[in-house]
Design a protein around this ligand. Structure first.
Ligand SMILES: Cc1cc2nc3c(=O)[nH]c(=O)nc-3n(C[C@H](O)[C@H](O)[C@H](O)COP(=O)(O)OP(=O)(O)OC[C@H]3O[C@@H](n4cnc5c(N)ncnc54)[C@H](O)[C@@H]3O)c2cc1C
Length: 394
């Protein structure tokens, strides 16, 4: 059985940041994913907009490393606090930075089980092709977006009620756009009758090639923790794509010649399942003028959005307080060597938007990776290393 200091399950943006953070803190790290490469939702669900940056376009730590790598290659376009790129550029950048950090990587590798002794994960079994592989580690980070490792290890987890779990979306890429003035499109969009219920604003991102865009317009509700429901939602959303394209061609002169280039190979799920932790990020935390205790990562500036009956949710509002991700929200309540990061950290479901944007996922990811590398230390020790790695903690 191969042994590592830290094993990261999941190679989306949060697992990527966790792996680099752990490696920079001196750990021998394995990152594995069931997909053929890194990128997770941002690459395979085709959502390569890196949102959630601070107003001065700072993300701290690994997020800034990624930003600089893409900027040096002219592969990042800023629109306010969002930075747009392409799936391939994002994936290549993540791979290059992981290789530079000497992280071992294993792809097409699905988690099968986790063996626990007392309150710790001792080793995990992963299936790659038809081979079963076992790996042991001192500490584990669940970056699977669906708390798959926590579930396998018998850690406490929770699934939000469907009405708090945000719409599911199938992103698709189109080309032959004549012009792309988003404000103007959005204004006209709201005046017309869009054929898909639950979508009340134009959501699309112009890509590096100006005549191309990724559209974020399909919408459906359902429980993403159920594989059968995910299949159903994917099929339903696939059927929406030609309807939307036909409507856009008819209603908007700039889209008259629209062609679909690619439909995302996986369902775009924003929120599935979280760990139950030692300190949940609460709704009150987003309103308080003081951050919660032991802050390790920074939050976005808005909660709500992508509600199931339209974009705006009843509790949606700009964040007025000074929320931050508390250390405790990354730590499993009952498995002592398990941390979580990204969109599965422990939050009040109404607060998920504050932590699920890519930059915030990288922030919690780097903190979880460092904590795992340092054997889940006291907060002061963790904070010192976060500072050394130039992370923003609130
Ligand atoms: C439609 C849509 C639009 C979005 N738009 C934006 C946007 O504009 N800006 C922004 O910043 N964010 C956006 N987001 C949010 C953002 O993309 C995600 O929240 C973020 O990428 C999640 O990263 P993560 O690392 O937590 O999880 P994920 O990226 O989901 O990564 C989890 C990884 O774990 C792997 N995995 C899962 N289970 C297993 C298993 N059993 N074995 C092995 N591997 C496993 C998966 O294959 C995956 O690669 C959007 C999301 C969606 C769905």
């Amino acid at each position: 059985m191969k042994k590592y200091d830290v094993i990261i399950a999941g190679g989306g943006v949060s697992g990527f940041a966790a792996a680099i953070g752990a490696s920079q803190a001196g750990a021998r790290v394995l990152l594995f994913d069931r997909q053929p490469s890194v990128g997770g939702t941002a690459v395979y669900a085709m959502t390569p907009v890196l949102g959630g940056w601070k107003a001065d376009r700072k993300g701290g730590g690994v997020a800034d490393m990624l930003k600089e790598y893409l900027e040096e290659r002219n592969e990042l376009i800023w629109r306010g606090c969002n930075a747009d790129t392409e799936e391939d550029c994002l994936q290549n950048a993540m791979l290059a930075l992981l290789e530079e950090a000497r992280v071992d990587m294993l792809f097409d590798a699905e988690l099968v089980s986790a063996k626990c002794a007392d309150d710790r994960i001792a080793f995990i079994t992963v299936k790659q092709n038809s081979e079963l592989l076992e790996f042991a580690a001192g500490n584990f980070v669940d970056a699977t977006g669906e708390a798959a490792l926590a579930l396998a290890a018998g850690a406490l987890t929770t699934v939000p009620p469907v009405e708090l779990s945000m719409t599911k979306t199938l992103m698709f890429k189109v080309r032959n756009i004549k012009s792309f003035d988003k404000d103007s499109i959005n204004k006209r969009f709201r005046e017309k009758e869009f054929p898909i219920p639950g979508q009340d604003r134009f959501m699309g991102t112009q890509l590096l090639h100006n005549d191309e865009a990724n559209l974020n317009l399909t919408a459906v509700a359902g429980d993403a923790s159920s594989p059968e429901e995910c299949d159903r939602m994917y099929r339903e959303l696939q059927n929406q794509v030609p309807v939307i394209v036909e409507w856009l061609r008819k209603e908007f002169p700039e889209f008259a010649e629209l062609e679909v280039v690619r439909v995302a190979p996986i369902l775009g799920v924003r929120y599935t399942r979280s760990i139950v932790s030692r300190r949940q990020l609460s709704l009150a935390d987003t309103q308080n003028t003081e951050p919660p205790p032991e802050p390790v990562g920074f939050c976005g500036s808005y909660i709500g959005g992508h509600y199931i009956n339209g974009y705006s949710s009843p509790w949606g509002h700009a964040i007025t307080g000074k929320p931050a991700i508390p250390y405790g929200a990354l730590r499993s309540a009952n498995i002592s060597n398990l941390l979580a990061c990204g969109r599965i950290i422990d939050v009040d479901p109404r607060v998920i938007s504050a932590v699920r944007l890519c930059v915030n996922c990288m922030s919690s990811g780097q903190a979880a990776g460092i904590a795992a590398a340092l054997d889940i230390p006291d907060y002061e020790v963790l904070a010192e290393e976060l500072k050394r790695q130039k992370c923003l903690i609130q």
